[in-house]
Structures are given as structure tokens and as C-alpha cells.
Write a protein that binds this ligand. Structure first.
Ligand SMILES: Nc1ncnc2c1ncn2[C@@H]1O[C@H](COP(=O)(O)OP(=O)(O)OP(=O)(O)O)[C@@H](O)[C@H]1O
Length: 370
């Protein structure tokens, strides 16, 4: 099987009439990487994928695969294979025939096809299932057969457009691990489209977070979660509490933000804003639910906020405590369940604290809508 090749988008714009679906996309996807485009519905993820697969030409800019400019090269001539949400296996063909359909079209012998099907069935951990019909497989098994069918054509790049969204939650979570394992086994470039941040973070080497046609950030799951480049990324990837205010002072990479309701809050300036954020600038401070804690009486005043508890919920692994925030938004704190029944604080005031380095300050900007 071929190893993956780089996929590059250079200054790619895609317009439909006056509507800009993708704005100035610059992306370098390394050969053999699992790369995801993550963003809400309608942000342009599928449109980007279509420009890589060749079903759509960019209005401006270049798509390169393996360094080669793809302009004017149709989908059948590109070293890519595409997997959709609706897999559409051929219902009357056996699993092994489904997998090797592309070889049959090219006139390969039955013996060759059978041999290749067995290799691919091993690859997707479904040995000895080749004689079954698709209707005799589970949803997850069908998904794996669709992947094997796409891999049979020996693409350099596999494009996956929300392939797990039709599966139920448990299977979806299981398939994340499977997909990642298959990708590591075959070693080719996977480009994955999803609006599910859990999927993107668990499987990807790198993630591009998109908002309304614009790529806000490209980085590892760790980077986009812990060091978001924009308020949109901070509020779209995972859960976050946001506090609005103005920068009161800056000391190195730390900023003190005066907020309207919750006093002065200290946090680390996000990497992209370091050296740019100035005293007096409108800012947003983000602190994740798992970073908040109940403050002991001795903690320093700058990392503390006092607010009233509205309600609590028990989720098994964690207790979620919802408190009064500003602008009608609740503040959420998640406490790990250590096996002791928690005394509910509903109706009381709580003073919270956090480690300032684990909270992030960004210039004020657009948030993701729920
Ligand atoms: N052929 C087209 N003509 C006009 N507008 C289009 C066309 N294809 C897509 N769009 C618009 O471009 C935007 C991006 O669409 P796209 O399908 O890429 O979104 P997406 O991020 O994949 O969303 P979803 O997660 O819902 O599939 C949308 O506003 C969509 O309406």
C-alpha cells in the first residue's frame, strides 16, 4: 500500500455567486497525517473536501496533492477516495465483492480480487467475514467494509465526510478508535470532516477549526483545546466559561481582566495574542469547567470569584455545579466524583478559584453559538 502524500491548500477561495463559502484557506496536511476539519454546520467543511476530491474547483488558489497542482484534474484522476455518511454498500454483493468492486471494474481476476479482499478484511479486523452479505453485518462492521472498499483502490489520500454520523453514540465512540487504528496501519493521509469535537480531538494529529468559511486555527487537539486562537475556537471546542471585561494590567504573558460582575480575574494571554493585547483592550477570559474549584479561604483574591449556586447535577464521573454568571449565562464547574456523596450547595454562595495559567485571555471577539 502506498504511503500518504502531502495535501496543500494555497490561498484557496471558493465562491458560489456572491457567497463566499471558503475564504483564503492555507493548509499543509502532511503525508500520513490524520487531519480533521472541525466546525459547525454550514461553515464550509464539505466544500473544502470537494475541492480536494476534485468535484469542485476553487474560485482562486491552488490545491496540491503530493506537490502536484490539481487544477483541471477530475475526481477519477486524483489519488483520493471518498467515504460519505451514507455508505451505500451493494446489498446483493458479498462483503468481499463489495470491497474489491474497483478491481472488478478494471478487469482483475477473481483470484486476485479474493486475495486482496482477504488482506483488507484482515486490515479492518473482519477476517472470515467475506462471504456475508452487507445485511448480515452490524452498522460498525458495514462502516469498516466501506473503508476497506475505499482503500482497495489504493488511494494516497482518504477523504471522510462525517462517516460516523449515522451510527449510534456508543458505536460512534468505538469507531473513533477503530478508524485511528486503521489509519495508523495503512499509513496514508486521512482528511476527516466533522462537527463533533470529540471525534476530531480523539482521532486527529491536527485539526483545522472553521467558522463561516474561515479557518480560525490549525493545531493539535491539545493546542486548540488548551491554547485557542480566537473566542470562537475557545467556545466551540469543548465547554468554556467566558468572562467579558477590559485588560487592567499585563505582566509578561499574564493579564489581569476587570470584569463587570466577577471582579478582577488573572489568566494567561493566549499565544496568538501575546505581545498584541494592550491595557484597556476589550478582552474575554475563558476558564473551563474542569479548571474551576471551590476556593479554600486562603487563596489569593485575584483568582477568586463568588457567585450563587443555581443547580447541580450528578453525571457519575463528575458533579456539574451551575452558578449565576453575567448576561444570563451560567458558570459551570465540573468536580470529579471521588466516591463521597456531595452536599448540594444549591441556593448558597460559593467562592471559586482556578490556576491562572490554566485560563486564557483573548481579545474580545465572536463566540460560537450553542
Ligand atoms: N453548490 C452550492 N451552491 C451554493 N451554495 C452552496 C453550495 N454548496 C455549498 N453551499 C453553501 O456553502 C456553505 C458551506 O457549505 P458546506 O456544505 O461546505 O458546509 P459544511 O460545513 O460541510 O456543513 P454541514 O456540516 O452541515 O455539512 C453553506 O452555506 C452552503 O449553503
Amino acid at each position: 500500500m502506498t504511503k500518504g502524500v502531502d495535501v496543500d491548500l494555497e490561498n484557496v477561495w471558493i465562491r458560489f455567486g456572491n457567497f463566499v463559502a471558503v475564504r483564503e484557506a492555507n493548509v499543509n496536511i502532511k503525508g500520513g497525517e490524520f487531519f480533521s476539519f472541525l466546525g459547525p454546520s454550514g461553515c464550509g467543511k464539505t466544500t473544502i473536501l470537494r475541492s480536494v476530491s476534485g468535484f469542485l474547483e476553487p474560485s482562486d488558489g491552488k490545491v496540491r496533492i503530493g506537490g502536484k497542482d490539481m487544477a483541471g484534474i477530475g475526481p477519477n484522476k486524483r489519488p483520493t477516495a471518498l467515504i460519505f455518511q451514507n455508505l451505500a454498500l451493494f446489498p446483493l454483493m458479498k462483503v468481499w465483492e463489495n470491497i474489491t468492486f474497483s478491481m472488478e471494474v478494471k478487469g482483475a481476476s477473481k483470484a486476485e480480487r479474493r486475495k486482496r479482499a482477504d488482506e483488507l478484511l484482515d486490515m479492518i479486523a473482519l477476517p472470515d467475514q467475506g462471504e456475508k452479505l452487507p445485511s448480515e453485518l452490524s452498522g460498525g462492521q458495514k462502516q469498516r467494509v466501506a473503508i476497506a472498499r475505499a482503500l482497495c483502490a489504493e488511494p494516497d489520500v482518504l477523504l471522510l465526510d462525517e462517516p460516523l454520523s449515522a451510527l449510534d453514540l456508543k458505536l460512534r465512540q468505538h469507531m473513533r478508535t477503530e478508524l485511528r487504528e486503521i489509519q495508523q496501519r495503512v499509513g496514508i493521509t486521512f482528511i476527516y470532516i466533522t462537527h463533533d469535537q470529540g471525534e476530531a480531538l480523539t482521532m486527529s494529529d491536527n485539526v483545522a477549526v472553521m467558522r463561516a468559511g474561515v479557518i480560525d486555527q490549525i493545531g493539535s487537539g491539545h493546542a486548540v483545546y488548551n491554547d485557542p486562537a480566537t473566542p470562537f475556537v475557545a467556545s466551540f471546542v469543548g465547554e468554556n466559561n467566558v468572562f467579558r471585561g477590559k485588560v487592567k494590567s499585563i505582566d509578561g504573558n499574564m493579564a489581569l481582566v476587570s470584569t463587570n460582575r466577577t471582579g478582577e480575574l488573572l489568566a494567561r494571554i493566549a499565544t496568538t495574542a501575546q505581545g498584541k493585547l494592550k491595557v484597556g483592550d476589550p478582552a474575554m477570559m475563558f476558564v473551563r469547567p474542569e479548571v474551576l474549584n471551590i476556593a479554600p479561604d486562603t487563596s489569593p483574591a485575584v483568582n477568586r470569584l463568588t457567585t450563587s449556586v443555581l443547580h447541580e447535577e450528578f453525571e457519575g464521573l463528575i458533579y456539574n455545579v451551575f452558578m449565576e454568571g453575567s448576561e444570563g449565562k451560567e458558570i459551570k464547574m465540573s468536580l470529579v466524583n471521588v466516591g463521597k456523596q456531595r452536599q448540594s450547595a444549591e441556593g448558597n454562595n460559593l467562592t471559586l478559584e482556578y490556576v491562572p495559567e490554566q485560563a486564557v485571555v483573548l481579545p474580545a471577539g465572536e463566540l460560537a453559538s450553542e
